[in-house]
Design a protein around this ligand. Structure first.
Ligand code: BGC
Length: 387
């Protein structure tokens, strides 16, 4: 696989194929196709309070990543297809204003808690905490001002053949209703094969709950190119967590066998998308947590593959986490215009968020998301690419 990818990149370089730069995007990080350069920083915009937001560009092993200090957002992720032609495969915006105004978490770092907590409430050590409620009666992705809406401190690094960004954000005690000062570090690394690795780390000074993830929306044919219903998806999970009308898990771990939720073998996303299963009607498609068969592991293990048959671009996800939220872009409704100037409509991308199960603080039978002062929260997800 690596050989295939490297030979494609080398072939493209030899053939003098010049990578297209998406409209409005600045020059990519220095270095030839597949080459490694130091991350490059540029001004991306200024927030209403005067805070400057920067964009970092990095490249390695043929993968090109652009990251904003606002929300640690992946603003662009460019990959070659099987003929070496690049496309930006992650949904986003060209301007900071659009991220601030109304982004459905495009490319964002999610915290303190990925997905929903019922009624924004949970009890820990006998004390009940009320969180910021921002999704009907529930709290979604950390509340009204989650980690996706803060400016992170970013430090670039190169280490051996790796290049990356170390991003830090400290969430004060009581922010969005969560107990404890949470010091978090999220590290993005691009290795020489072009794999994008995310390492999350957090500590707290009081018992709290934490569930960090990344909310990249993938369209392996290129953002703005239309539906991903033809992409093939595999998820190594025999069960998923059905939800109520508010998309809160009922607590049941239901079998995928014989249902549209069965992605144990590669299946086009569109194949069972309109199967009329009551769970799909509630969610307007797929928007569920898959219970990964491997469970929690000490090292990242392969759990999902997304493949665009036309371009050949393939994403493989490995994680140490127990769950994967597969969201089929159900709420993209044609009101947002993305990075390249095209409208995003329902099903134009998917999010595949590695995580602990939604609403775990209210489900004692789910794996625990409690973090105590003497512990360090550590989790890793690796995205590998091929064409
Ligand atoms: C959730 C969706 C939500 C989306 C936000 C996903 O992680 O599962 O329900 O609408 O994030 O855009």
């Amino acid at each position: 696989m690596e050989l295939n990818r490297r030979s494609v990149i080398a072939g493209a370089a030899a053939a003098g194929i010049v990578a297209a730069t998406p409209a409005g995007a600045a020059q990519a990080a220095p270095g030839s196709a597949g080459g490694r350069g130091r991350p490059v920083k540029e001004l991306f915009g200024t927030l209403a309070d005067g805070t400057k937001v920067h964009r970092w560009s990095l490249e390695n092993g043929g993968t090109r990543l652009k990251v904003l200090s606002y929300g640690g957002i992946v603003q662009s992720l460019e990959l070659p297809d099987r003929r070496g032609r690049y496309a930006n495969v992650s949904l986003g915006f060209a301007r900071l204003e659009d991220y601030v105004k109304s982004s459905p978490y495009f490319g964002a770092t999610i915290g303190r808690y990925g997905n929903r907590i019922a009624k924004g409430r949970f009890t820990l050590d006998g004390k009940t905490y009320q969180l910021s409620v921002n999704d009907g009666e529930n709290s979604l992705h950390g509340g009204a001002k989650g980690f996706d809406k803060h400016v992170w401190d970013i430090e670039p690094f190169t280490r051996g053949s790796d290049v990356g960004l170390r991003m830090r954000y400290t969430s004060v005690d009581g922010e969005m209703g969560y107990p404890g000062t949470l010091r978090s570090t999220v590290t993005y690394t691009l290795d020489r094969h072009g794999d994008w690795r995310i390492d999350y780390e957090a500590t707290t000074d009081k018992a709290t709950v934490v569930n960090l993830t990344n909310h990249t929306y993938w369209n392996l044919a290129g953002e703005g190119s239309g539906t991903v219903e033809d992409h093939e998806l595999t998820i190594a999970a025999s069960r998923y967590t059905p939800t109520d009308a508010g998309l809160i898990p009922t607590g049941e771990l239901a079998k995928v066998a014989g249902t549209p939720f069965d992605f144990r073998h590669a299946k086009a996303i569109g194949r069972d998308l309109r199967a009329g299963h009551p769970q799909q009607v509630t969610a307007k498609g797929f928007d569920h947590n898959w219970v990964l068969d491997k469970g929690i592991t000490t090292r990242p293990e392969h759990v999902a593959t997304l493949r665009d048959p036309r371009s050949g671009r393939t994403l493989r996800i490995a994680t140490d986490q127990p769950g994967l939220q597969f969201y089929s872009g159900n709420f993209l409704d044609g009101t947002l215009v993305g990075t390249g100037g095209h409208t995003y409509r329902q099903g134009d991308a998917v999010a595949l968020e590695t995580q602990h199960f939604p609403d775990s603080p209210n489900h004692p039978k789910f794996p625990s998301t409690v973090l105590r002062p003497w512990q360090t929260y550590r989790t890793t997800t690796i995205h590998s690419f091929d064409a």
